[in-house]
Ligand binder design. Structure first.
Ligand code: OSB
Ligand code: MG
Length: 369
């Protein structure tokens, strides 16, 4: 299909809660929203990068520059047959997976719409709803944490993930475990620890967590392998996984046993499917991560989570947890711990154009020269 034009917007969307992790506190998102135009069709993509490179290296400034000046001009005006062809166009450029993913995922939406198919079917998904849990930020107190866990368990969420950081780890996990002996609990450190903190993880090991997410360096597989040999709880990799190749290496050396897969972190949905296949070949379960996405990115993630290997509950919880008003018409709401996959062609959601215009801080339009 021929790509006629592209529009990028940077929007600001306030969160309903302040989300604290080991790397900072978020009270709002700044989101790059891409629309690709082809014939009468529109495909949508959403960026997960932020102003500061606190999670991984990419930034809004860098992604904006690449999308507006390099990636989009390279594909607009061209005949792009399928997602493989789009990925090939961007392949000469190293890294910048999040920026590439914005374009790749918008293209998938467009491509699925051109075929009149829902995205999940085109990807080869096997289910029409996906199991979900919640990711709870660092709270003000142990009591507040236990109350937040209670609230989300009672809403039916199938797993509770608690953010941890040095000084806020074993005690909070222990308090929650004691209050909820049967709950599926996990912890996410967002790379806040070093191998020398092994003592903390030996203590946490006794709490029966389903996994411990990304305890060590964002780009460090070797020390994760060393830590995994010291604890019986599975380690789950998030930040460290950006490609099928590093997934193979991570699983080969035993750097973890579970994969948090975020399409936006790995360059998009083709890469997601390849990583999924690598993880399955090692027998490693996957789950769908999240980056506090608004409706477009959340919809993409829900579609991708229908692939067979996503056997653990993901982070794509109800949009109404995050936003007073989402950027799409449809409500993405979980019921009893399951998120239905949006129906209709492509990602199956409709951006609110007037609302996006109101939220917009910056815009660019790329058309054929
Ligand atoms: O590490 O999974 C993470 C949010 C922003 C950046 C990194 C992470 C997260 C979350 C939130 O855990 C998941 C969500 O609710 O979207
Ligand atoms: Mg994580």
């Amino acid at each position: 299909m021929r790509l006629d034009a592209a529009e990028i917007k940077l929007i600001r969307l306030p969160l309903k809660f302040s989300f604290e992790t080991s790397f900072g506190v978020q009270t709002e998102r700044h989101i790059i929203v891409l629309t690709l135009y082809s014939g009468g069709l529109e495909g949508y993509g959403e960026g997960v990068m932020e102003h500061l490179p606190l999670y991984r290296e990419e930034t809004i400034a860098g992604a904006w520059e690449l999308l507006e000046q390099v990636f989009l001009p390279r594909v607009i005006g061209k005949e792009i047959a399928n997602p493989e062809a789009l990925v090939a166009e961007l392949a000469p450029f190293r890294g910048n997976k999040m920026a590439k993913a914005v374009a790749e995922m918008a293209f998938w939406d467009l491509y699925a719409k051109s075929l009149g198919q829902p995205l999940w079917k085109l990807l080869g998904g096997v289910r029409e709803q996906v199991a979900v849990g919640v990711s709870l930020g660092i709270q003000k107190s142990l009591e507040a944490t236990v109350a937040a866990v209670e609230k989300h368990l009672s809403q039916g969420y199938r797993r509770i993930k608690l953010k941890i950081k040095p000084g806020w780890d074993y005690d909070v996990l222990k308090a929650v475990r004691e209050a909820f002996p049967q709950a599926t609990l996990t912890a996410d450190a967002n790379s806040a620890y070093q191998l020398s903190d092994v003592g903390t993880f030996r203590k946490i090991d006794a709490l029966g967590l389903d996994y411990i997410e990304q305890p060590l360096g964002f780009d460090d597989l070797l020390d994760h392998a060393k830590l995994q040999r010291e604890v019986s709880t599975a380690l789950c990799l998030d930040e460290s996984i950006t490609s099928p190749e590093d997934t193979r290496k991570a699983l080969e050396i035993g750097a973890g046993r579970v994969i948090n897969l975020k399409p936006a972190r790995v360059g998009g949905l083709l890469s997601t499917r390849r990583i999924h296949d690598v993880a399955r070949s090692f027998g490693a379960p996957l789950w769908m991560g999240g980056m506090l996405e608004a409706g477009i990115g959340r919809a993409h993630n829900i579609h991708a989570a229908t692939l067979e290997g996503f056997t653990k509950p993901g982070d794509t919880s109800s949009a109404s947890r995050y936003w007073q008003e989402d950027i799409i018409e449809e409500g993405l709401e979980a019921r009893d711990g399951f998120m239905p996959v949006p129906a209709g062609a492509g990602i199956g959601v409709t951006p609110k154009k007037d609302y996006l215009a109101k939220l917009s801080l910056r815009e660019a339009y790329v058309s054929e020269k």
